[in-house]
Design a binder for this molecule. Structure first.
Ligand SMILES: [Zn+2]
Length: 419
């Protein structure tokens, strides 16, 4: 039993949201003049006419009503300082309890900007697993969280970079694993810790030979096969940090569930992803974010890589979309970008990449909920959790209205989120 179950929960009055337009998150055209009824955190019905509103229901009139948004790629423990080095130093200089408290601040702020659920993709000490439980238990307020604990990376790989002094302990920043057995142990240890899914670092951007092969496989084929088999055994999804290249196809063929970043996805891989039901999380914003700052201080190879990935990610998104792959919204918030205030820009970028406004919203609602295996979220249908966004404006005409929190009233579990 959870602690909060010990307290008596008072029954709340029903709420009736009366909307000029209701966007349900499924990609269907909006419903005009709709009414959504909420009772104790659950949607109990969506209808067209405004008659039949139960007596005593609190009436909330709005221009647009849509599901709470979901960001499927964040790092709650990190602040998003616009400096790649900060990601390392601010974790190494902070104790786990302080990291957890900082993550709690970010989880509390994120819903104010319309994002009621997030998926965390690595936190030192696995602290976001505890934060997830604290939010569920009502100890702290915040977005709904799914967490991987520590990401698995080969020794010296993308998430286990060198360059630290010998006196510094890097224990539990991420989880270095080597060999098939190492990855099996890694997956099991994170599930034991309470992980909702497994995160792996499959391949990395190669700055050495940027224009020919801008990606490099990190895990061996044996390690990929072992971790995929173990995840199936543990009944957990696997998310992979990727750049591109053959290892992505190898992993998708073995059951990889989500391809993160994937600046270079070729036709064959895209077709396989569609066939296998793998999701694509293009994280367009974090790549664009590099260009908000002067590039000069970066080494030439890094600059060339960034510029190439900036161009090619739109090509990959086009290929993936045409192949019919499910696309989900993810920003990488916490890494060079803050939590909350920028997440909704990803919707605008998805549209820049060819998605309609309805498709972009679906990527951040229904598809994101499916990816996180939260079937009771992500669309406005009877029986689903009442995570709702009341929008002043029409995001189908101007998606940017979602970027300004003064346009939003946010409800999580039917309760209004207050700053
Ligand atoms: Zn990330």
């Amino acid at each position: 039993m959870r602690i909060d179950d010990l307290y008596h929960r008072e029954r709340r009055p029903m709420k009736a949201f009366i909307a000029q337009r209701l966007i349900d998150g499924t990609g269907n055209p909006p419903l005009e003049n709709a009414v959504l009824l909420e009772d104790n955190g659950v949607i109990i019905g969506v209808s067209r006419a405004s008659n039949g509103i139960p007596n005593g229901a609190i009436q909330i009139h709005c221009e647009t009503l849509m599901p709470g948004l979901i960001d499927t790629h964040v790092h709650l423990a990190y602040t998003g300082k616009p400096d790649h080095g900060a990601f390392r130093s601010e974790a190494s200089e902070t104790s786990y309890p302080l990291l957890a408290l900082r993550a709690a601040k970010h989880a509390r702020e994120t819903p104010e900007w319309g994002f009621t659920s997030v998926r965390d993709m690595n936190a030192p000490g696995g602290v976001v697993i505890d934060l997830r439980d604290a939010i569920q238990s009502g100890y702290v307020q915040g977005s709904r969280v799914k967490a991987c604990g520590l990401g698995l990376s080969v020794t010296g790989g993308h998430m286990d970079r060198g360059g630290w002094g010998d006196h510094i302990s890097m224990r539990d920043m991420t989880l270095p694993c080597d060999g098939a057995l190492g990855f099996i142990r890694g997956a099991r240890s994170q599930v034991k810790r309470g992980a909702d899914f497994i995160k792996i670092n499959l391949c990395v951007g190669s700055r050495r030979d940027p224009l020919d092969t801008p990606y490099r496989q990190e895990m061996t084929d044996d390690e990929i096969a072992a971790v995929m088999q173990e995840a199936r055994h543990l009944e957990k999804f696997v998310a992979a940090h990727t750049s591109g290249g053959p290892s992505v196809k190898t992993a998708v063929a073995l059951g990889l569930n989500t391809v993160e970043h994937g600046h270079w996805v070729d036709q064959e891989t895209a077709d396989l992803m569609a066939e296998r039901g793998a999701y694509y999380v293009p994280t367009l914003l974090v790549n664009e974010r590099n260009f908000d700052f002067p590039l000069e201080p970066l080494p030439l190879g890094t600059r060339q890589w960034l510029e190439k990935s900036r161009e090619d990610k739109w090509v990959s998104l086009g290929i993936v979309r045409k192949a019919g792959v499910k696309i989900a919204l993810g920003t990488d918030a916490g890494f060079t970008l803050p939590h909350g205030s920028m997440n909704a820009r990803e919707l605008e970028l998805l549209m820049h990449g060819g998605l309609s406004a309805l498709e972009a919203i679906q990527a951040g609602t229904q598809t994101a909920a499916e990816l996180m295996q939260m079937q009771n979220l992500g669309s406005l249908e009877a029986g689903k959790i009442a995570d709702l966004l009341v929008v002043n404006g029409n995001p189908l005409e101007d998606i940017k209205v979602l970027q300004d929190k003064t346009n939003l009233r946010v409800f999580k579990d039917g309760l209004e989120v207050r700053a």
